[in-house]
Write a protein that binds this ligand. Structure first.
Ligand code: ADP
Length: 386
């Protein structure tokens, strides 16, 4: 049993800021390893909140709720990068927090994140902060249309992105993102990529670090739809992507697991898109396909335990997200067709309501041959009744 620092008879309580599917999968792994968990989220019965008695549903903006959560936790981590680093710094006065407030303050704002990576010599798409439409038009002139206009903070699943193809689109983007409150924006050159890649990195509080194989991610409408592991590109480019990802995590002094997203350009260059300081959708396949899942390694890393092997124990794996198809009840109504493919693994997150494109679950299939695995997982996916 992994014992609490506070009480030798009790298991360590891992406090997780956020109660979504990433927290749930992390919690399930924590239980397997003999830990207990605490969840703070701004609603009750979140996917992770409903599987623990240590649920703090008033959220971290409520000071007394946050204090109760801190008291219930031995060590604290997070499942999204949107928490204010100042709140993390407050928690750090009482508990160890990984990733740290410093790490989050280096990446939460995508402009600061890019400046950080640039100062470490990491290649990125061209970018600039855009404080007004004149700056955006100048950026577009220097980089040529299209450009991608992004909110500097709080974007996810493409909700903070707008591809501008002309001056009219720039006006539209500023109207969209400046509706009510002013949201700081960033401009990025549009990358005409060959494919998108991702690498999960785990870095322990004891300094040990490792990375998972580079995977290909396929997005639809800026949301991850499918992940193919390992990416079907040359070993040389895979290794290069993995080294860049390790460098990104060192640049922000990260502890825990991190998802590094990259573009492979048509010219064969690798450009970093962004980093996520937490378990990542592109690493869900590791549950079935690797010796140690991203969730288990996150816990090992946070606790300073030896890391587990990141190697795949199957030749290939494919993961497909189950994205909500409507408002309201968005889970598949009948999964019998899917389960008649006996090697396909189903994960449903138990979210209380759905939206179009919301991540409601995922499926994974492992095997030896990518064509066979793709064929079967696509058939399984198509047999879901929504
Ligand atoms: P989020 O933080 O919301 O996930 P990202 O910045 O990762 O947003 O963008 C989501 C997707 O949008 C990317 O995976 C990619 O498909 C597309 N995208 C983002 N930036 C660019 C870019 N500069 N050029 C081309 N496509 C992009």
């Amino acid at each position: 049993m992994i014992k609490s620092n506070n009480d030798d008879n009790m298991p360590i309580v891992l406090g997780i800021l956020g109660g979504g599917q990433l927290a749930k999968m992390l919690a399930l792994e924590a239980y397997k390893m003999g830990l207990n968990i605490a969840i703070i989220e701004k609603t009750a019965q979140s996917p992770a909140g409903e599987i623990t008695q240590n649920e703090f549903p008033a959220g971290w903006d409520d000071k007394s709720e946050l204090e109760k959560f801190i008291q219930a936790s031995d060590i604290v981590t997070l499942e999204n990068e949107f928490i204010d680093p100042e709140i993390l710094a407050q928690i750090e006065k009482k508990r160890t927090v990984f990733p740290s407030s410093k790490t989050i303050s280096l990446i939460q704002d995508k402009f600061i994140q890019k400046e950080t990576f640039k100062s470490h010599g990491i290649n990125l798409p061209n970018y600039a902060k855009l404080d007004n439409t004149a700056e955006a038009k100048e950026f577009a002139e220097n980089n040529s249309f299209p450009i991608v206009i992004k909110t500097r903070k709080y974007g996810y699943d493409g909700y903070g992105n707008f591809t501008a193809r002309n001056h009219g689109d720039i006006e539209k983007a500023f109207q969209k993102f400046h509706d009510g409150e002013i949201r700081p924006l960033l401009g990025e050159s549009f990358v005409d990529f060959e494919c998108e890649l991702a690498v999960m990195v785990v870095r322990s509080s004891n300094g040990e670090q490792a990375c998972y194989p580079c995977v290909e991610t396929i997005q639809e409408n800026h949301i991850c739809h499918k992940v193919i592991a390992p990416a079907g590109i040359s070993k040389e480019i895979r290794n290069k992507a993995q080294n860049i990802a390790l460098e990104c995590v060192r640049a922000i002094d990260g502890v825990g697991v991190f998802g590094v997203e990259l573009f492979l350009t048509k010219q064969g260059d690798l450009l970093v898109n962004e980093i996520a300081p937490r378990p990542h959708n592109s690493g869900h396949y590791t549950i079935e396909a690797c010796h140690t899942s991203q969730f288990e390694n996150a816990i090992r890393g946070l606790l300073g335990l030896p890391l587990g092997s990141c190697q795949m124990r199957t030749g290939v794996a494919v993961m497909i997200n189950l994205l909500g198809k409507k408002e309201g009840n968005g889970v598949p109504q009948d999964v019998r067709g899917l389960l008649s493919h006996p090697k396909v693994k189903l994960h449903l997150y138990n979210k209380k309501s759905s939206r179009i494109g919301r991540k409601m679950g995922h499926i994974t299939l492992t095997g030896d041959n990518i064509e066979d695995v793709l064929k079967e997982i696509n058939l399984a996916y198509d047999s879901l009744v929504w």
